[in-house]
Design a protein around this ligand. Structure first.
Ligand code: NAI
Length: 787
């Protein structure tokens, strides 16, 4: 071949990486592994085989964990935890730093082992997975160092159960273990059964780093082991990355248990290309977006949405680029596309494509696939309708589906037409278009003119059925912390009753109605109940809302929310100040009502009204001061961590503080741009129904605040199960945590429930950053630049 021939084809010769060291590491350990518990490896037992997806050859034999192994690992983690948490932040930082250094020292060994076990190109494991994992430990060493000063009043959960998938085995381990340890937790981690080897290598590194015994425990095995970890009573928090289906099962399994939970699940992330985009850049970006790791990436840009006028030329460029992709031996440094994790996954991809490709036009470059191992060619399917199955369902393979749009509004609508909300890319050279569209995309991460950018400082995670919680940044660290102290149990309150009380002397029906869409409306069922004061006096009647009323209220909230979110934060602050002002004008009347309902000292009722006015001021103050953060990420550009509204929030309000409790949840919800459906104190509902007029006269747009009175146990399920509700909070004195967390599994909405524990609404626990976090999603927007 002449130089000129080479210049024509631009072909690379093979550049194979040696597997010798990784194979020697396996051989040194006899090719058989037990679990890593309390600082040492258990004896290997019967189990299953770790296979190389590129060749089908066995690499090692792994042990399936039994219930006894799970007990032993949890016990070791439990024993180690108090001491680990008592270490100074600096001491924990030094341990994390040592791990980061060791990852760098053994980077090549980890990368090669990862590629052998997973089938991803060595270029990726070497240049992406392992450096990012090291960066994660460095960054979290820093968080451990700063934690006590920056987040006073927080303590670790205790023992964390962490379950990770096979697509980024070592990186996901780092994403899980680094923040957990930084915060003072100990862990029991289960790698995916397909890819456990680098986790076992990491276990070795923890010994080399001198990590105290029991701080990190690693159990191998399949989903049954995962289930046991999830169910184990000694676990305080579960962190899971994997399929939406398993995430939902974990949500249900942990409902009401009091275990904290974060879920990072599937996606069908849109990749928007506007006609003024740098088309070569966008095509190259797509190679990263959908062909990184053979498309087996939760945030893969798997749904191309391209502006109609450029669709044809863009598809042509893309096809030309696809033709140049090299598929084959992942250990070859020139390879772009490696092996699919196993036959099951390959067959699943093939079946999905076979089932749906006929709805559009299928393109696969003419590439020879290796004879052994698991492969699937890069695939593009154009001309699909937005509703087609391949446009909606996660394929988790190297398959890109495509449709077109005409206007920016339509692009946003198509992008958001998904049950997922993990990531999105927007490509446009116009700063106006890109920065207008980016925040409108329903996704936890948005890349402007880019794809698959990650960093330890920038939060990663989703909304909708992509799960909840963030990994990375302070927002990821708080997932591993809880407020210090043990709140007292909250006794269920009983509404005062007196069957013999006379009706108030008023011939008109004064049954307090519901408040939906800015109007007072009768309840659907037409039922009501008498409300009595603490001394048995009948104070009036209140409507008993039902499932239909909740539906109407959610509909009104859903309609009002986008407009309210689009209003300026200054506007929202003004409305909150106005509510406070109007409440202040009627303070005496509200205090009288509270006193009549709850009894006690009149001064206490007056104080509750004053505290409510103060709290409204607090949330008016916060409305324009919680926009987010700028992240120092290692790119030419920046990443914004924007606090965007959660959406529609349903709340079961505290029974014991009928006005202050309601104001304390309504304040942050509306200050941050949400619309809400409030179920007021069940025992003392009239403070809420009196508030309608205050809301009416305070410029609160109809539908932003909706109030449905009724029995908390009756309304909890319809509120938590409603697919158009994005978050549910419960501070009810009836402990409805299990009902709510179970019902919330439907669309995997976020929950914030009291587990039957009291909260002091008059003190700092009644306001603050925890409420801001619950009322917002962190949306990370990556903005690279360069003249
Ligand atoms: P999976 O969700 O079943 O497995 C992920 C992890 O969860 C593994 O460690 C597994 O052993 C464990 N697990 C399985 N069942 C469990 C249970 N009931 N309780 C606790 N832990 C359990 O994912 P799988 O089967 O490997 O892949 C199936 C599909 O899931 C893929 O085709 C893909 O669509 C999606 N997926 C998404 C990932 C993501 O990062 N979002 C990662 C892996 C898979």
């Amino acid at each position: 071949m002449t130089v000129s021939d080479l210049m024509q084809s631009m072909d690379y010769g093979p550049a194979p990486e040696s597997a010798a060291e990784a194979l020697a590491w396996l051989a040194d350990r006899g090719g058989r592994f037990g679990h890593f518990i309390d600082g040492s490896f258990t004896d290997p037992r019967d189990g299953f085989e770790a296979k190389n997806p590129a060749t089908g050859e066995g690499l090692a034999t792994l042990t399936q964990a039994t219930a006894g192994d799970v007990d032993a690992a949890v016990a070791a983690a439990r024993k180690a935890q108090p001491k680990w948490a008592r270490l100074s932040g600096h001491a924990r930082a030094r341990h994390l730093y040592a791990l980061a250094r060791l990852i760098q020292k053994h980077a090549r060994l980890i990368a090669v082992l990862e590629t052998l076990d997973n089938g991803k190109p060595i270029r990726e494991s070497r240049d992406i997975d392992v450096p990012l994992a090291a960066r994660h430990f460095y960054y979290h060493a820093g968080l451990a160092q700063l934690l006590a000063r920056e987040l006073p009043g927080h303590v670790p959960h205790g023992v964390c159960g962490q379950i990770i998938p096979w697509n980024f085995p070592f990186l996901m381990l780092a994403w899980k273990i680094a923040p957990a340890l930084a915060a003072g937790n100990t862990v029991v981690l289960k790698p995916a059964e397909q890819t456990s080897l680098t986790a076992l290598l990491f276990a070795d590194l923890t010994r080399e780093a001198g990590l105290p015994r029991g701080v990190v425990n690693i159990l191998t095995g399949d989903g049954a082991v995962g289930e046991r970890i999830v169910a184990h009573p000694g676990i305080d928090k579960i962190a899971f990355t994997g399929s939406t289906e398993v995430g939902r099962a974990i949500r249900i399994a942990t409902a009401g248990s009091g275990k904290a939970l974060s879920l990072e699940l599937g996606g069908k992330s849109p990749y928007l290309v506007f006609e003024d985009a740098d088309l070569d850049g966008a095509a190259e970006g797509l190679v990263d977006a959908i062909w990184l790791n053979q498309g087996q990436v939760c945030c893969a840009g798997s749904r191309l949405i391209v502006q109609e006028g450029i669709a044809e030329t863009f598809h042509a460029r893309l096809k030309a680029r696809m033709t140049g992709l090299r598929i084959g031996d992942p250990m070859d440094k020139c390879i772009d596309i490696g092996a699919i994790i196993n036959e099951g996954q390959r067959d699943r991809i093939a079946a999905m494509v076979a089932g749906g490709a006929a709805e559009g036009a299928l393109f696969q470059p003419d590439c020879a696939l290796p004879e052994r191992g698991c492969w699937y060619p890069p695939t593009l399917i154009t001309g699909l309708s937005p509703a087609s199955r391949l446009m909606q369902e996660e394929i988790f393979g190297p398959v890109l589906v495509s449709t077109t749009f005409r206007t920016p509004a339509e692009a946003v609508q198509l992008a958001n037409d998904t049950r997922y909300g993990l990531a999105a890319s927007v490509w446009s050279q116009s700063i106006d278009v890109a920065l207008d569209v980016a925040p409108k995309l329903a996704a936890g991460v948005v890349w402007v003119n880019g794809a698959n950018m990650f960093d330890a400082a920038a939060g990663f995670g989703g909304l909708r059925e992509s799960g909840f919680g963030r990994e990375g940044g302070w927002e990821g660290l708080v997932e591993y912390l809880r407020p210090a102290g043990t709140p007292k149990p909250l006794k269920p309150l009983v509404a005062p009753a007196n069957a013999n009380a006379p009706e108030p002397a008023d011939p008109l029906d004064r049954t307090a109605k519901l408040y939906v869409g800015g109007k007072q409306v009768r309840s659907d069922g037409g039922y009501s109940r008498a409300v009595h004061g603490a001394r048995g006096r009948r104070l009036g009647h209140v409507s008993l809302g039902n499932r239909k009323d909740i539906r109407n209220a959610v509909e009104a909230a859903r309609k009002a929310q986008p407009g309210w979110a689009a209003a300026s934060a200054h506007n929202r602050a003004q409305v909150l100040y106005y509510i406070a002002e109007n409440l202040s004008a009627r303070a005496g009347e509200f205090a009288g009502r509270l006193h009549a309902m709850t009894g006690g000292q009149k001064a206490a009722a007056t104080a509750e009204v004053e505290a409510s006015i103060d709290r409204l001021f607090t949330w008016a103050a916060w409305a324009d001061k919680a926009a987010g953060e700028i992240k120092a990420v290692p790119i030419r550009g920046t990443a914004l961590a924007m606090n965007v509204p959660a959406g529609v929030i349903g709340v079961l309000c505290p029974d014991e503080a009928p006005l202050l409790g309601l104001v304390s949840v309504m304040g942050p919800a509306i200050a941050m741009g949400n619309a809400c459906v409030l179920v007021p104190s069940e025992t003392h509902p009239l403070a809420a129904t009196d508030l309608y007029q205050v809301l009416d006269t305070s410029d609160v747009p109809g539908g932003v605040v909706n109030i449905v009175t009724g029995a908390h146990p009756t309304l909890a399920d319809p509120l938590a199960a409603h697919m158009d509700v994005d978050a549910v909070w419960s501070f009810s004195s009836s402990d409805l945590s299990a009902t709510i967390e179970h019902a919330a599994a439907g669309n995997l909405k976020r929950t914030w429930v009291n587990h039957g524990r009291a909260r002091d609404w008059t003190g700092p626990a009644g306001e603050g950053r925890a409420f801001i976090r619950a009322a917002t999603e962190v949306r990370t927007v990556w903005i690279p630049w360069g003249a």
